[in-house]
Design a protein. Structure first.
Length: 277
């Protein structure tokens, strides 16, 4: 399977995150993340054919994985608590742009072309329109939560690039990253959040979250980065907020607005520019 198809698979799974998150909005975020990551780590069992040696990675690589999976969500949740959610989410979606722009800094032999830069800027503009076009206020009000939002974007972009710099590891090792990150998230829940009782429906939705956007997507993403051009994949990632918005509209039975249609055209145009030979 091609790298772009694998990346699109991860993007489609991430697009379901908002809809599942709305359905589970009553569950504290660190509890939700921790349980979902632990569930997601189980995907590595059949992927590795139950060979635990494929889960083993050097400590530095494990630290990188925890930096990516746990660090990203930890800072994003702080941002959403201390900044307007629409603006914080928009700043967080700087990470695809970060992948494109930072690729030459992290990956030897990779240069930043005008084509990739144009595609990244067009894609970010489309993502901004998709988010702000939901009806959220575009008024700029300073909040210190913007800082962790920007930091979370940097973490995911740099993690995505640095996984290509460390000693090669099997994609099944993502299970170790998710397992440790899930444990740290549950520790944050115990220390920072109130205890809650979960229903059977909550359990089913958390399982879907773990097998999808907070589990399966990470394995597909890693496989895509191992096979493809990080710059192209970074531009394709701008589809995430667009598909997320469309998923929410479908779930709510609403009709896409003109801004969503325009955002779709901009992001698809950016993807075409980035992937053109």
């Amino acid at each position: 399977m091609s790298a772009n198809l694998l990346a699109l698979g991860a993007i489609v799974l991430w697009a379901s995150l908002a809809a599942l998150g709305v359905a589970l909005s009553h569950v504290p975020p660190f509890l939700l993340t921790g349980l979902s990551l632990l569930m997601g780590s189980a995907i590595a069992l059949p992927l590795s054919r139950f060979d635990w040696t494929q889960w083993r990675v050097p400590r530095s690589t494990l630290a990188l994985g925890v930096y990516g999976l746990f660090g990203f969500h930890f800072l994003l949740f702080i941002a959403l608590r201390h900044a307007p959610p629409v603006q914080a989410n928009l700043i967080n979606y700087l990470w695809p742009l970060g992948i494109v722009v930072m690729a030459p800094l992290f990956l030897p032999g990779v240069s930043l072309t005008r084509r990739h830069l144009l595609a990244a800027l067009l894609g970010f503009a489309g993502a901004a329109l998709a988010i702000l076009g939901r009806g959220g206020s575009a008024e700029v009000v300073w909040a210190w939560g913007y800082i962790p939002a920007a930091a979370s974007a940097f973490i995911w972009a740099s993690y995505s690039l640095l996984t290509q710099r460390v000693q090669a590891f099997p994609t099944a090792a993502i299970g170790s990253f998710a397992l440790v990150s899930g444990g740290l998230s549950l520790l944050c829940h115990v220390l920072l959040e109130p205890a809650v009782a979960l229903t059977g429906r909550d359990g089913v939705l958390i399982a879907l979250l773990g097998l999808g956007p907070l589990g399966g997507a990470f394995f597909l993403w890693d496989a895509a980065l191992k096979r493809g051009d990080a710059r192209q994949i970074g531009v394709l990632s701008f589809l995430t907020p667009l598909l997320s918005t469309l998923t929410l509209l479908v779930v709510r039975g609403e009709t896409p607005s003109l801004s969503v249609a325009l955002a779709a055209a901009m992001i698809i145009g950016a993807a075409v520019i980035a992937t053109r030979r």
